[in-house]
Structure formats: structure tokens, C-alpha cells
Design a protein around this ligand. Structure first.
Ligand SMILES: NC(=O)C1=CN([C@@H]2O[C@H](COP(=O)(O)OP(=O)(O)OC[C@H]3O[C@@H](n4cnc5c(N)ncnc54)[C@H](OP(=O)(O)O)[C@@H]3O)[C@@H](O)[C@H]2O)[C@@H](O)CC1
Ligand SMILES: Nc1ncnc2c1ncn2[C@@H]1O[C@H](COP(=O)(O)OP(=O)(O)O)[C@@H](O)[C@H]1O
Ligand SMILES: [K+]
Length: 563
């Protein structure tokens, strides 16, 4: 389970470790710097051989201190190292200043804002190496001023010319580490740039999984905080640290998060999808044990997927196929008369039931064995306005996607009034903005100061308002329950699967969730597991994927999880 930490949480853990006497700030900084060097060599093994070149940009805080450590370590390895500082060396915090002074014994430090600083970097393409951004980390409080931003972009312009790799310490400078938003300066401009590698410490920050535009690769280096926790004499460690560390290490799904805002006391505000894997493996066991446990198809649930009319049934068929593949015992497509022939010609394994309108749906749902519903894919706006309230009245586990969301753009309150706790809404950002315009506006507003309002905040606020689980799609899918439990399912870094952005892929996701609801998964667990599997299917199939491939590759993914 990967735990994501806010800046406040990370600071609290580091401070508690230092206060305990188990480690000094200087030692943590040394480990951080060594971690960066190690990560660079792991990422590019060719840089571990021979000597290379580093251009190191240091800032006025401890992030800059890490930069001075890296500069020294690389210099000791024989690299050519050029160091630039933003700020007054006299005002550096103590640990950073100590490392500045240690560096001074090895080489000069130039002023990063000197007009000629970037141009003094020799454009020598024969010597490869790194450009290290150690200007700001978790201490970034506002957008960068214009002079610094210009200096930074001058240094960045050297990167392609000199074949340097760009590396960030902790976060790229200008990125808010809690929200993944690039903070804008007074002039409204930011420093957005996709770099090659981010190296962070102990646990990833929330921001690392909330933006697909920050780094190609992420490496998390240990700086000994876990070891401190497991020391035999834990009782001698400051009580605050013991509580913080054991809390962070022991939390598993389900998470209990007391507050909707990030703060030092919220030990774990967001998780990567690993808890869902745990749940999924149990789900897989259940599937395999079908015969042994004596279950029959109805014990694995019966999902009902509402379809649109003639010529609009593809999306619902995709969802239904997803629900069937993920293990619903039976899946029925509820089809208006106009589309019956079309659907009948295209399905095997799925069942079909004529449902013309809300009245007929109410009749069909009198069969209590229909225990999960999928409303939205290809449903049509008019049909959605008719059938959605009727379906929600039964308070069965229900996925609302696509048209079941868009149909209520003019009157979201009407939808919210009908929703219940067994629902999962799966909007993409456009649908989200139509249902929660104020929240979307807050999310999309440029932020000058941090911590900025994030996609995690927005999804949590939406879930609280809707009173059900909300899954907000994207490469960084955020899933939140009304009680504040939050997960991020990121298709980033080694899990990237951009080919999932293909027509109908969201319909299959809705079907996966519906199938798991039919299997008896609770809504948050169903959403997390389905989202995780969806990305795994995308990764497993690879480029060339179309939505139809997702349900068909699922058995292979499930089998690989079972070992
Ligand atoms: N704690 C530890 O033990 C360890 C910490 N570690 C490292 O420390 C990093 C956190 O260090 P940090 O807290 O000193 O924050 P950092 O990001 O260096 O910047 C703060 C400075 O920047 C300034 N500033 C902010 N925004 C600005 C702006 N837009 N424009 C101009 N100035 C701005 C701000 O000033 P102020 O906001 O008060 O004006 C303050 O002076 C962390 O990311 C990790 O790399 C590791 O070594 C492991 C051990
Ligand atoms: N760049 C990306 N990387 C990984 N997954 C993505 C990316 N872009 C979109 N997705 C995923 O693809 C799916 C698209 O769903 P949606 O927007 O509803 O499309 P559609 O309505 O065509 O099915 C979502 O699950 C979303 O999280
Ligand atoms: K940085």
C-alpha cells in the first residue's frame, strides 16, 4: 500500500523524528541527497559509470540544502558540478547552510538570478549529466516571481542542447505538493514543465499522483524514518512520532479520515490503489471458489444495465460485457422495443429484457434478485430523465455514468435528492463540472498560494454533497466516499496507460463497478477495485486498445493476480 503524504504530514514526521533524538536534520538531509544520487544512477545506469556533469539549482530552504548535498556527493565522484543559488546564503536554514558551507570548500556558488547565470553554463553536448532542480520542495508557499521563473526557464533551455536529464528534488519547483497544481505568480504565469525524474523521500506526496504533467518517472527513497519506527526502543521515541509513524504504517483499507481538509493531524488523506488489490484478491478467490462453495449464478448477483434506443446500444453492451466478465452471475440488458432486434443480434452470455419506460422498469425491479444497476452509458438524455428517478427509488446498488449524469445538468439538486448511499457516480471532468459547477470552478481557478484546492478536495466535496461515492475520472482518477475515505488510482509513471482514453472505455469501467456491486462489494470497494483493474487491463493490452478489448483482457489480468 502506498501512502500519500501532504507537506504538513511529512514535515510533522520529520520533525518528530528529529525531536526524538533518533536522527538529526543534517542526517536526514544527507540521506535525502544520497537518495537523489542513487535514484539518478538507478534511472540512468550509464550515469553510474565514469564521470558526468551536474548543473545544480539550489533554493533558500532545505530543498536547496538537499541540492548542496547532491552537488558535494557528485563532485566527490569526480563529476563536473556547477552550483547556482536563489537567495541569500546567510539566510539559509541551519542544515542547508551547513551543507552550503561544505560545498563551498569544493567549488563556487553563483547567483541564480545573475543575468548571465544560465548562459555561463557551457553548452557542451559531449558531456551528459543532470540539471537538478532543488529550488523549492514542500515549503513552496506561493507562485514564483517573474525573475526566478525566467532564470529557471533559461536553465531548462540548456537541457535539450546539452543532453542533460532534468531531475527534481521532492517536487518540481512551482508545483504545490498537496494539490499537484502549478502555483501562478502575481503576473498569472506558472512554471509548468514535464521533467524526467522526481526523487522524493519516505512516501510520495499527494501531488505526485494528481497530475500527469510533472515528471516521466518517480522514485521514492528511504531516509530511515521507517527504521526509526521499528527500533526496539520505540518507547523512547517522542510519543508524537510513534503515533504518527505507527498510524501511517498500519492503516489499511478502509481509511477513516476525519476532516475534509488536509492538515498535520490527518495522517493519511489519500492512498494509491493497493488496498483495492487486497480486496480484489478476495473477490478473485470468491470467483474461483464458485463450485466449491456450492454457489449458483444468483449468488453472484444479477446486474441490470439500462440501454438506449435503436442505434445507441453499444455503450450499454460494453458495460454489460464488463459486468459479466468481472463476475456478476447474470447480466441483463434493459432495452426499449426499438432496439431489441439490434441487441439480440449482438449478444451472447448476456440476457435481454424489454424496458420501455419508468413504469416497466419499476415492474422489472420488483424482482429483488436484480441487485445492481448500471444507468447512463448510451442511455439518452430523455430516457435517463424518465428512468433514473424510478431506478433510484429502489435503493439498490447503482452506478450512474454518462447520460444519467448529464441529464440532470440543469437541475443537479433533483438528482442529488434521489441518490442514496449505495450509488457510485462516475463522471469525467466535463460531467463533473455540469453537476458541481461551483466545485469545478474552485478546482480550475489558478492558485497563487498553497496548499491549493485539489482534485482530492473537489471529489471529497462532491461525494459529501451527493451522499454517495464519486469517482472522478482521468489519468489520476480520484475516488471519494461521503465519509471522506479517498483513493487515487493513478495511471502515471510505470502504470501509465494513455490508450485508455478511447471511446467506450468509461462504459466498461461503469460495467466493472456494476458487476462488483452485484457481487456484493460495497460501493467504495467496488469503485476502487474496478478502477484499478481497468488500468491493469489497459496496461496488459497496451497500445492499439479499443474499449471492446477491456472486458476480454480482464480474465488474463485476474488470473495474473491469483498467481
Ligand atoms: N525537514 C527535513 O528534515 C528534511 C527536509 N528535506 C527537504 O526539505 C524540503 C523542505 O524544506 P523547507 O521546508 O525548508 O522548504 P523549501 O521547499 O526548501 O522552501 C522554503 C523556502 O522557500 C521560500 N519560498 C517558498 N515559496 C517561495 C516563492 N514562491 N518564492 C520565493 N521564496 C519562496 C520560503 O520562504 P517564505 O515562504 O517564508 O517566504 C522558505 O525560505 C523538502 O522538500 C525536502 O527536499 C529533506 O532534506 C529531508 C529532511
Ligand atoms: N491519459 C489517460 N490515462 C489513463 N486513463 C485515462 C486517460 N484518459 C482517460 N482515461 C480513462 O479512460 C476512461 C474514459 O472514460 P470516459 O471519459 O467516460 O470516456 P467514454 O465516455 O468514451 O467511455 C476513464 O476511466 C478515464 O479514467
Ligand atoms: K524541487
Amino acid at each position: 500500500m502506498a501512502q500519500l503524504l501532504t507537506a504538513a504530514q511529512m514535515r510533522a514526521m520529520e520533525q518528530a523524528a528529529i525531536d526524538s533524538g533518533a536522527v538529526t536534520g543534517l542526517e536526514l538531509m544527507e540521506r535525502a541527497g544520497a537518495g537523489v544520487v542513487e535514484a539518478v544512477m538507478e534511472e540512468w545506469p550509464e550515469l553510474a559509470q565514469g564521470t558526468h556533469r551536474a548543473v545544480v539549482l539550489c533554493g533558500p530552504g532545505n530543498n536547496g540544502g538537499d541540492g548542496f548535498v547532491v552537488a558535494r556527493l557528485l563532485k566527490e565522484l569526480g563529476w563536473t558540478v556547477e552550483v547556482f543559488l536563489y537567495g541569500d546564503p546567510e539566510k539559509l536554514p541551519p542544515d542547508a547552510k551547513a551543507n552550503f558551507e561544505r560545498w563551498q570548500a569544493l567549488g563556487p556558488t553563483s547567483d541564480m538570478l545573475d543575468m548571465d547565470a544560465a548562459s555561463s553554463v557551457a553548452l557542451d553536448p559531449s558531456e551528459d549529466g543532470i540539471l537538478l532542480d532543488a529550488i523549492f520542495g514542500t515549503g513552496l508557499s506561493r507562485g514564483l516571481e517573474a525573475d526566478l521563473r525566467l532564470a529557471l526557464s533559461s536553465f531548462r533551455s540548456v537541457v535539450p542542447v546539452c543532453f542533460l536529464k532534468s531531475v527534481n528534488v521532492d517536487v518540481p519547483s512551482g508545483l504545490c505538493s498537496d494539490s499537484g497544481k502549478w502555483l501562478v505568480g502575481e503576473d498569472g504565469f506558472d512554471t509548468a514543465w514535464r521533467t524526467d525524474l522526481t526523487v522524493t523521500f519516505h512516501r510520495p506526496r499527494v501531488a505526485h499522483y494528481l497530475s500527469d504533467a510533472q515528471a516521466q518517472s518517480l522514485r521514492v527513497k528511504d531516509i530511515g524514518l521507517d527504521a526509526i519506527q521499528s527500533q526496539r526502543h520505540a518507547s523512547s521515541i517522542a510519543p508524537g512520532l510513534t503515533a504518527l509513524l505507527s498510524d501511517a504504517a498500519s492503516r489499511t483499507y478502509p481509511l477513516e479520515i476525519e476532516s475534509s481538509s488536509f492538515g498535520a493531524k490527518d495522517m493519511l488523506d489519500a492512498v494509491a490503489p493497493q488496498p483495492a488489490i487486497t480486496e480484489l484478491l478476495q473477490g478473485c478467490d470468491g470467483l474461483i471458489d464458485k463450485a466449491e462453495t456450492g454457489g449458483h449464478k444468483y449468488t453472484h448477483g444479477h446486474a441490470l444495465v439500462l440501454s438506449g434506443g435503436f442505434g445507441q446500444t453499444g455503450a450499454a453492451r460494453l458495460a454489460a460485457r464488463g459486468a459479466l466478465r468481472i463476475g456478476a452471475g447474470l447480466v441483463t440488458l434493459a432495452v426499449p422495443g426499438s432496439a431489441q432486434m439490434e441487441v439480440a443480434c449482438q449478444i451472447t452470455g448476456l440476457m435481454m429484457q424489454r424496458v420501455e419506460d419508468a413504469a416497466e422498469l419499476t415492474e422489472v425491479l420488483s424482482d429483488a434478485r436484480l441487485n445492481a444497476l448500471c444507468l447512463g452509458p448510451g442511455l439518452g438524455l430523455e430516457r435517463a430523465r424518465d428512468v433514473v428517478p424510478a431506478a433510484l427509488a429502489f435503493e439498490r446498488p447503482t452506478v450512474l455514468d454518462a447520460d444519467a449524469l448529464s441529464a440532470f445538468s440543469d437541475n443537479p439538486e433533483m438528482l442529488f435528492a434521489n441518490l442514496h448511499g449505495a450509488c457510485v457516480m462516475t463522471p469525467h471532468m466535463g460531467e463533473f463540472a455540469r453537476l458541481f459547477p461551483d466545485i469545478a470552478q474552485k478546482l480550475n481557478a489558478p492558485a497563487k498560494t498553497g496548499p491549493a484546492y485539489s482534485k482530492v478536495d473537489a471529489t471529497r466535496d462532491a461525494a459529501a454533497r451527493a451522499g454517495c461515492v464519486v469517482l472522478l475520472k482521468g489519468p489520476d482518477t480520484v475516488i471519494a466516499a461521503p465519509d471522506g475515505r479517498t483513493a487515487i488510482n493513478a495511471a502515471l509513471y510505470e502504470r501509465q496507460a494513455p490508450w485508455l482514453a478511447t471511446a467506450g472505455s468509461g462504459d466498461v469501467l461503469a460495467g466493472f463497478i456494476t458487476g462488483l456491486l452485484a457481487r456484493g462489494f460495497e460501493p467504495m470497494q467496488a469503485a476502487e477495485t474496478a478502477a484499478w483493474l481497468h488500468v491493469e487491463c489497459g496496461r496488459s493490452f497496451g497500445p492499439g486498445l479499443i474499449a471492446e478489448d477491456l472486458p476480454e483482457i480482464l480474465p488474463k489480468v485476474l488470473q495474473s493476480r491469483m498467481g
